[in-house]
Structures are given as C-alpha cells and as structure tokens.
Design a binder for this molecule. Structure first.
Ligand SMILES: [Zn+2]
Length: 428
C-alpha cells in the first residue's frame, strides 16, 4: 500500500498534469481490460489513454510517469442507476423512516446534498434518481449541473416527482397524473420544472406475505404509449417502476426505455426487451435487505420463503437476460428500506455477481452502460480522451470480484484525489 498515492494522483499548480501507468485499465466502452496502460489527465479532462507512451506535447515537460502501478487497476467512476436521493436508506425502523420523510423539503434537500461529496469519495460519481415529490432531486440536479456545484460531489439526474395514478402506489415519491388534464401536459410540466427524465409507476409493489403483485396495473398500454411519445418528443427517457407479469408486459408494450425492478418478468418479456432495446434495472438489493433483516422486519415462515423464492427466480431471470443479450443496468434503489446510498450500489453489484452476471459486464454496465442510457450522455463512465477525469484506482483487482471495490481505493475527481478509507458510511 502506498500511503502517498492520493497526493501523487492530485493535480496541483506544480503538477498541472498527472501521468500514470497502471497494470490494468477497464475500457468499459469496448468491454475489455487493457494491460499496462498510460493514463494522462489534467484538472479538466483525460488527455491520453493507451499502451503507447503519451506524446511529449501534452506532458508539460514531464519525461517520466508520476506513478507506475503495475499491481493497480484504473476504472471509470461508478454511476448509481436507481436512487431515491431524498431518503435515508440505511434506516430499517419503519417509525424512524416515516419521521424522516415528514421533514420539510428544505431539510430533506440539505441532508441529501450533504451525501453527494461522500458518494463521490466512495467512487459513485453520478446518480439517476427515481423521484421525490419535494423537488429535492430537481434542486440537486440543477445544483450539480451548474457553476455552483460543490467540488468532488456526485451529479444527480432527477425526474422530479414520479407519476402515479391517484390513490394508488407511489404517493411518497410521486404526484398523481390526475393533477393534469392530459398526459402531454403532465410530462411537459415535469420537463418545465427541470426533469432530466420521466418516471412513471405503472404497477404497485410486491405483497411479500402473498409472494406476488396483487393489485392490477395502474396504467394501460395506451396510457404508457402516450407517456413514451411525450417523453421521447422532448428527448427524455421513460423510466418505469414495474413488477408482476401483467404490469411488466404492459410497460414493455407501452414503449418504456427502462423497466425498474421487473420482479416476475418472463423469458418472453426479456426477449421482447432485447428486441425493443428496453433496458432492465433488476434492483436485487431492496428485496435482499428484507431477507437479510427478516427478524427485524417480522418476516417468518411462508413470507420469508416467498421472499427467498422471488430472489431465486429473479436470479434465474438475470441469467436468462444475460444469455439473451438484454441490456441489464445497475441500480440499487438506494434510499429504500435498508439500502444505503453508496454502499447499496456496491451491494447490488455483489448480488448481481452472485446471481450469475459476469463481473466484467457488471463493471462495464455500472459505468459506461449506465451513462449511455440513464444520464444525458455525459463525458464520463468511460476512460477516454476528452472525458472528465473521474475514476477509481485500486490495488484490489475488481475483475476478480466486484467485492474488491469495497476495499480501499482512491478516487480521482477533476484533479482532486481522496482515499475511500477517509469516508464514513453512517446515515446514508
Ligand atoms: Zn425506486
């Protein structure tokens, strides 16, 4: 372990460019691992990536690398594909969760804002939010996209409030469609408020005691099609919370861009998703947390058996999706019960790996894959010339197992560099 590493990774007035040689570099865009690779960056961008030494013209007089790290891997900073940034995920007690949500919007905003530098230091450089009704996500999106963005802070992409059917599931993170005369004006209003994408809630959630989604879907295929058209006309992607065979089928038929959760998805639906270029964010973590804390949650006997069966079937669907070539993306649903921000994403990666998704795929999808579909195609998620220098450097090989990403690592963020070991994980 090299204790001076963060200092030597940092861009400073004396060292306006940094030149590293790493043993491995994840080329997430091309889904491959490069061996012995030069990486040069300044505060604003990556200047060179490749097996050949960088051209002298970009080296500012430097003739030797700052660091030669044959035992280390460099990979792009991670992107959380599904987060409820306004919630405190780690909390398990229902009463405390309810009290937290009753805070005024300004308090919720300030607490969520305080998480962003912690997330960046963990290596999570951006989040696609799944919605809140108090403008927390919209305010964070505006803040982190603009000139007043705090340094070394994760960028937030928000849909504003999720859109649900009046009286149905989703009111704690959404607003009802019925507030508007029609779907087009509902979508237009979200975009006018600053939404980066549109989030709809076509179904309810799983009834754990019954082991299935009991309520019928909230939105018909025709209504979902209108949402798709309205979102796509404004170049926004349509994010759909959907579980249960019927509701998932309607979401796919309605032309959504991403199916979130997708519990009880069928193999035929997975094949249709591949053909229609619909991405899947399976979010194992919130259900796994219920099993991990079954005692505390009060799950025993048949309910616990249902949860375990749901997870086993979800793992089988994941394997099928990978075999079919479905675009599986990585999001933890952080903020939901027991899924902490930051560590929840690392746990989701571990669960995907345990369920049979290849490690290389997980790493490429949580970086380049998530950026391609879930953000507004930002210059990150891949280590390439001209992209922002937001990356992770670690001597614990993440290609061996994604679990190695939870071990000590260094995060470079626009010329700053910090060790993940300095970050506390409490209350995320
Ligand atoms: Zn969610």
């Amino acid at each position: 372990m090299n204790p001076d590493l963060p200092a030597q990774l940092r861009v400073t007035p004396a060292n306006p460019i940094r030149w590293l040689v790493v043993g491995q570099l994840l080329d997430a865009k091309n889904r491959r691992v490069l061996k012995i690779t030069h990486l040069v960056y300044d505060q604003n961008q990556i200047l060179h990536v490749g097996s050949a030494a960088p051209p002298a013209a970009i080296l500012n007089g430097k003739t030797l690398p700052d660091l030669t790290l044959p035992e280390y891997t460099a990979l792009p900073g991670l992107i959380e594909g599904h987060s409820h940034t306004f919630l405190e995920g780690a909390e398990l007690a229902a009463a405390k969760r309810a009290a937290y949500q009753k805070q005024d919007p300004e308090s919720l905003f300030q607490k969520a804002k305080a998480r962003l530098p912690i997330l960046a230091r963990l290596g999570v450089i951006a989040l696609r939010d799944g919605g809140d009704k108090d403008q927390v996500g919209l305010r964070l999106s505006k803040l982190t996209a603009g000139p007043d963005c705090p340094p070394f802070a994760a960028r937030v992409f928000s849909p504003g409030a999720g859109i649900h059917r009046q009286g149905r599931y989703g009111s704690f993170f959404g607003r009802p469609l019925e507030e508007f005369a029609d779907i087009a004006s509902c979508v237009q209003s979200r975009i006018a408020e600053g939404a980066d994408h549109i989030k709809i809630v076509p179904t309810g959630i799983i009834n754990f005691a019954q082991g299935q989604v009991l309520a019928p879907p909230q939105f018909s295929v025709e209504i979902i099609q209108q949402f798709s058209q309205a979102a796509h006309a404004q170049h926004k992607h349509l994010m759909a919370h959907a579980s249960g065979e019927v509701g998932v089928g309607q979401a796919i038929a309605g032309g959504v861009d991403t199916v979130e959760h997708g519990f009880f998805i069928t193999d035929e639906q997975l094949a249709r998703m591949r053909d229609q270029h619909v991405s899947w964010v399976p979010t194992f973590a919130p259900v796994q947390e219920q099993v991990d804390h079954a005692d505390l949650m009060g799950w025993t006997g048949e309910t616990l058996a249902n949860l375990e069966k749901i997870l086993a079937n979800h793992a089988r669907s994941l394997q099928k999706a990978v075999a079919l070539g479905v675009n599986v993306l990585v999001g933890s649903d952080s903020g939901s019960c027991g899924v902490a921000h930051g560590s929840g994403l690392f746990y989701e990666m571990e669960l995907l790996e345990n369920a049979g998704m290849p490690t290389l795929d997980i790493l490429c999808q949580v970086t380049h894959g998530n950026n391609r579909v879930l953000t507004t195609k930002q210059p990150y998620g891949s280590l390439e010339k001209g992209f922002l220098p937001r990356l992770i450097v670690t001597q614990h090989n993440p290609l061996a197992t994604v679990k190695n990403l939870t071990r000590e690592r260094w995060v470079v963020f626009d010329g700053a560099a910090e060790s993940s070991a300095t970050v506390g994980l409490d209350n995320l």
